[in-house]
Ligand binder design. Structure first.
Ligand SMILES: C[S@@+](CC[C@H](N)C(=O)[O-])C[C@H]1O[C@@H](n2cnc3c(N)ncnc32)[C@H](O)[C@@H]1O
Length: 336
């Protein structure tokens, strides 16, 4: 193991205490994460940190409310053997198709795996449908996975050529193209500010409401050419960041992500056993603000015994390997 840096020591202060009676297993956590990441279609971010916060033990019931490629879930599996139960949800049926067989193949013989197509907006109901009322640990890793970005046909990435869809559950709701067509410039500008803190929101909104935008390529092109011609003297990386934020804001709106997060935060305490732990990974200020506020309020009302005072962030090595890591914040709470 590399020598511990001063930053490492800072990080020790922001982790929750170890679970009573469960020995710390730092090396085992690292090994579980490395093994899970090796064949995962999505790199699980802050994986050893998540395991350290959740501190799983044999026999635990664990809920992964955002299964994705199953990276975090695969790392958790060996730690709840023998006798544990992993319940995993995802709103995207395609994610479940990829991750379910992978998890089942990796699960120790004594560990049960149940996956379900459901939104964490209905966490409590989805858990009950899986035969579980409360869990020892709960993980929520917000946003989309690498599989979404890689699939050009779904419209999540600005290099894509497909239709501007962006629905996590393609069987319901309006596509991003339909959303765009329904908004006027002030409403779209507000959305870009609220969901992505976009500094050029008004200009971009004006660009995108002039004519129908129906493909991800067209969305990228309109924003890029418009900002280049705007006279703002923006650099290419600045323009790229605005394009990314525009895609992010639309995706959040299409999937009603902030309302789903708020519904989840309200249900969380009832879904955890006393002493149970939750970890939430967020990727922008709108998400982090809501999680921090809900945890703080829970702490004030005695619902949580301890909550993260500051979020845990990725170390430089992880940020270099994965651009999403720079924005990622992990917050945890322990049920009273
Ligand atoms: C960042 S990925 C999770 C990656 C996963 N932790 C891993 O290690 O592979 C987020 C996942 O959450 C799913 N998701 C987003 N909103 C959801 C919701 N409301 N309910 C359930 N799943 C959701 C997305 O479809 C995506 O697969």
């Amino acid at each position: 193991m590399p020598a511990e840096s001063p930053r490492h020591h800072d990080r020790i202060q922001i982790f929750p205490p170890a679970r009573t009676g469960v020995p710390r297993a730092v090396a085992r956590h690292r090994q579980a994460c490395a093994s899970a990441a090796a064949d995962s279609p999505h790199r699980p971010l802050l994986c050893p940190e998540v395991l350290r916060c959740l501190h799983p033990a044999p026999g635990d019931v664990i809920v992964d409310a955002t299964l994705g490629g199953g990276g975090h879930a695969a790392a958790l599996l060996p730690l709840i053997a023998p006798g544990g139960h992993l319940v995993a949800l995802d709103l995207d049926p395609q994610a479940l198709e990829v991750a379910t067989p992978r998890l089942q193949a990796r699960a120790p013989s004594t560990v049960r795996v149940t996956t379900r197509h459901a939104s964490f907006r209905d966490l409590s109901h989805a858990m009950q449908q899986c035969g579980v009322a409360q869990a020892q640990s709960l993980l929520v890793d917000l946003g989309i996975s690498q599989m979404h970005l890689d699939d050009q046909s779904r419209g999540f990435h600005f290099t894509g050529v497909g239709p501007l869809d962006m629905r996590l559950d393609p069987s319901r709701g309006r596509t991003a193209a339909e959303w765009l067509a329904s908004l006027d410039a002030p409403a779209l500008a507000q959305l870009l500010e609220d969901h992505a803190d976009e500094p050029h929101a008004r200009l971009i909104a004006a660009l995108l409401t002039r004519a129908p935008v129906t493909t991800s390529h067209a969305l990228e092109r309109h924003v890029r050419l418009g900002l280049e011609a705007s006279g703002l003297a923006l650099t290419r990386p600045e323009i790229k960041r605005s394009i990314r934020r525009t895609f992010q804001a639309l995706r959040i709106a299409v999937n009603d992500e902030l309302a789903a997060l708020e519904a989840l935060l309200r249900q969380l305490p009832d879904c955890l056993v006393p002493g149970g732990r939750v970890c939430i990974l967020t990727f922008h200020s709108g998400e982090d603000r809501r999680v921090a506020a809900a945890f703080d309020e829970g702490r004030r009302h005695g619902v949580y015994s301890r909550v993260a005072r500051t979020p845990i962030r990725s170390l430089k090595a992880e940020t270099r390997a994965d651009r999403r890591a720079a924005a990622c914040k992990l917050r945890w709470a322990i049920r009273a």
